[in-house]
Design a protein around this ligand. Structure first.
Ligand SMILES: [Zn+2]
Length: 81
């Protein structure tokens, strides 16, 4: 059996999961759903393969298969902290 892959940051075990990815492209906020990734069970760090990155890049460029458009709240951190 192959040894479990470990997180580069905390050494936690990586799980194969589908996850959401938030992207910001030219002031536009894009959420990708169901992206295959390896997710650290300890710190939640997500790792994606080069192939996944390429697919995301291509789709973002072409704006392919946009499922829906949602409003995203933008908040400002208070100055007085
Ligand atoms: Zn981790």
């Amino acid at each position: 059996m192959k040894e479990k892959e470990k997180c580069q940051f905390c050494g936690g075990i990586l799980d194969h999961k589908k996850t959401n990815v938030d992207l910001r492209v030219n002031n536009e906020f894009i959420i990708f759903e169901d992206v295959p990734a390896k997710v650290c069970g300890q710190c939640g760090e997500k790792y994606f393969s080069a192939e996944v990155y390429t697919i995301i890049e291509e789709r973002v460029k072409k704006k392919e298969d946009v499922k829906k458009v949602i409003n995203v709240p933008v908040m400002c951190f208070p100055v007085s902290v």
